[in-house]
Design a protein around this ligand. Structure first.
Ligand code: GRF
Length: 206
């Protein structure tokens, strides 16, 4: 395939169930994601369901076990990303914080989905259900999700897209998490990935 026709090669980094990964896979199938292609899924721990989703979709699935690799974790990640000629890294429920060296190397080429409206309920310690627990404890009436670029500050990079979701009476952290995923995350992440891939492809041609 000629260089100008080549799609942006996407690596999706995961640590859990992979519903956001699934949303990306489905978006590629349906043509919502058309300027990028998922070529590899890398999990930071073995046995997570996201790996099954990758295999079922026929995508290369790799494990970079943070616990056992320790200081060899990022070099190993880099090895796979280089081998894959990755253009865009998508963090989809990836629970490891990447070093400043790593994020600098992929400046403006790593995006993350966070389940709140940044700058609320984000940064160190805000992940998974903890985000929704904090939102409910504060009594906010609106929460949502954010896709942002990843830099050396946790959840501190430039905001790409946000979507608001209403908090409802009787919400538990679990109920709110599900609504934020369904109404915001699963739409926002593929939309942002497509937006960035389209931009990167245009830049490559200009
Ligand atoms: C999502 O809520 C995402 O925003 C957060 O971690 C969760 C991952 O869920 N960063 P899944 O693995 O995509 O199902």
């Amino acid at each position: 395939m000629s260089a100008e026709k080549e799609k942006i090669r996407i690596a999706v980094l995961v640590s859990g169930g992979g519903t956001n990964l699934q949303a990306l896979i489905d978006a590629e199938k349906s043509g919502i994601l058309k300027n990028g292609e998922i070529t590899v899924v890398i999990a930071s721990r073995p046995g997570v369901h996201a790996l099954k989703r990758a295999e079922q979709a026929g995508i290369r699935a790799e494990v970079c076990d943070r616990k056992s690799l320790q200081e060899r974790f990022e070099p190993e990640l880099l090895r796979i990303l280089t081998e894959e000629r990755t253009g865009l890294i998508v963090l989809a429920g990836f629970l490891s914080v990447l070093s400043a060296d790593f994020t600098a190397r992929y400046r403006n080429r790593i995006i993350n989905i966070h389940p709140s409206l940044i700058p609320s309920f984000c940064g160190k310690g805000y992940y998974g259900l903890k985000v929704h627990e904090a939102a409910l404890a504060r009594g906010v009436k609106v929460t949502g999700a954010t896709v942002h670029f990843v830099n050396e500050i946790p959840d501190g990079g430039e905001i790409i897209l946000q979507k608001a979701v209403a908090v409802q009476a009787g919400d538990t952290p679990e109920i709110l998490q599900k609504r934020v995923m369904e109404e915001a995350e699963w739409k926002l992440l593929p939309a942002a990935a497509e937006m960035i891939c389209e931009r990167m492809r245009k830049q490559a041609l200009s």
